[in-house]
Design a protein around this ligand. Structure first.
Ligand code: PMP
Length: 433
């Protein structure tokens, strides 16, 4: 198996870097341990093609949105039709009404919806709704969970060691970026996730909490499944304390199921945030929830729910609603992750892999499911994953630089999985060198 030549990517990246901060448009477009990222020309289905002409089997999915693969026919057609009519009106349209209604039908907590353009903005809006409704200011968020790049959202993100994370149940002041306002930590409480007792203690100790905000299936690290009964326990606790429960479903929305993690696990929050996959590759995000909460704050934003994003979202939903779609992605995920576990055994490498519809996970250095963020920091071999990421890229498989998350799309095929396993069979021994 030959290593890819990526000289043109290298040259293009260093040229871009002269004019564009970091040479990329978002920090995760380049992995921390990459000298340069691969520069792409196009994608089709489950494959991407770079400026040197190399062909990659892709599990990055544009960092989540491309649940139908790259350049999906039906979304492209819907967008082309809309382009002829106009890309931006700043008025309601028939399709906007259709989409809002559809989303209230498919997402359990959604009595009403409100659109934004990114997951960051939708999170900001949800925090404001929670504060407006309760008249309280504090938000409980969880260790290692990412909700966006605004000042408050970035508190505690980016810990690489337990020491950096600080003691359990502390109000961790870890900052992630220069220029972040220190006082943003005043209204944030950070709790360990998947630990109902710690949360109960926090809710008992504070009477000024507006909401508990979580990724219901923790994907930003791990991914990590909620323990049996944990989500329901949190919901019950929130109800008892008069605190709102918000699910950040920016990753899980449309991936665990059309109705998100709340439908998959059968626990309905007060509010939820969707983004990424909901418009099959176009910028659209949303908060949804109970009517009385949603009507408290009105959204703003020039590009909220452009007719293009609305057309793309309706076309994406129509594809995902076809019978058997999630079962098919789950079957492919099963084949991939079972194969990865087998390869781990064959090559004497500790591997844990699992699959849940359109999200799979792969951890190295551990042969059981990780339980929480601390478990990942302590026991998952993050360095080995980073090495695997580089090797996979060099031999034709794109993994996310976010360690462990693998996205399946409707465009993946059995032969993609076979080929991926063949490549991993070849590179796993190199992990030991
Ligand atoms: N919430 C979660 C769970 C996310 O993973 C992300 C992005 N990775 C966001 C929010 C922020 O979304 P965006 O990048 O669209 O602002």
């Amino acid at each position: 198996m030959d290593k890819y030549n990526t000289e043109k990517s290298k040259a293009l990246f260093f040229e871009t870097k002269k004019y564009l901060v970091d040479g990329v448009s978002s920090s995760f477009h380049k992995a921390k341990n990459e000298e340069y990222p691969i520069c792409m020309t196009h994608g089709k289905g489950s494959h991407m093609y770079d400026v040197d002409g190399n062909d990659y089997i892709d599990y990055v999915a544009g960092f989540g949105p491309m649940i139908l693969g790259y350049a999906p026919e039906s979304v492209n057609e819907a967008v082309k039709e809309q382009l002829k009519k106009g890309s931006q009106f700043s008025t309601p349209t028939e399709d906007l009404c259709k989409l809002a209604k559809k989303l209230t039908e498919i997402i359990p907590c959604a009595e009403m919806v409100s659109f934004q353009s990114s997951g960051t903005e939708a999170n900001m809006h949800a925090w404001r709704v929670a504060r407006a409704h309760t008249g309280k200011m504090k938000i409980v968020k969880f260790e290692g969970q990412y909700h966006g790049w605004a000042d408050e959202q970035k508190v505690t993100i980016g810990a690489d060691t337990l020491e950096e994370l600080g003691p359990k149940s502390s109000i961790n002041k870890l900052m992630n970026t220069a220029g972040q306002r220190i006082d943003t930590t005043n209204d944030i409480i950070v709790a360990p996730w998947n630990d109902a007792e710690s949360l109960e203690a926090i809710l008992d100790a504070h009477d000024d909490i507006a909401a508990v905000l979580m990724e219901p299936y923790m994907c930003d690290e791990g991914p990590i499944l909620p323990k049996e009964g944990y989500l329901q326990a949190v919901k019950d606790m929130c109800e008892k304390h008069g605190v709102l429960l918000i699910f950040d479903e920016v990753i899980t929305g449309f991936r665990l199921s059309l109705g998100g993690a709340q439908q998959y696990f059968g626990v309905t929050p007060d509010l939820a945030i969707f983004g990424k996959a909901i418009a099959g590759g176009f910028s659209l995000s949303m908060i949804c929830g109970r009517r009385e909460l949603m009507e408290k704050v009105h959204p703003s934003g020039t590009f909220n729910a452009t007719p293009i994003a609305v057309a793309a979202s309706l076309a994406t939903i129509a594809e995902l609603e076809k019978p058997g779609t999630y079962e098919r992605m789950d079957t492919l995920g099963k084949k991939l992750t079972a194969g990865l576990m087998e390869l781990g055994k064959k090559h004497g490498i500790k591997v844990y892999a699992n699959h849940h519809n359109a999200i799979c996970q792969l951890q190295l250095g551990i042969d059981r499911a990780p339980e929480d963020f601390r478990d990942c920091l302590q026991n998952v071999d993050r360095k080995a994953y980073d090495k695997l990421f580089l090797l996979a890229t060099q031999y034709g498989v794109r993994l996310t630089s976010a360690r462990g998350r693998i996205y399946i799309s409707t465009a993946h095929t059995e032969s993609d999985i076979d080929k991926t396993l063949e490549i991993f069979d070849f590179i796993f021994p190199m992990l030991k060198k």
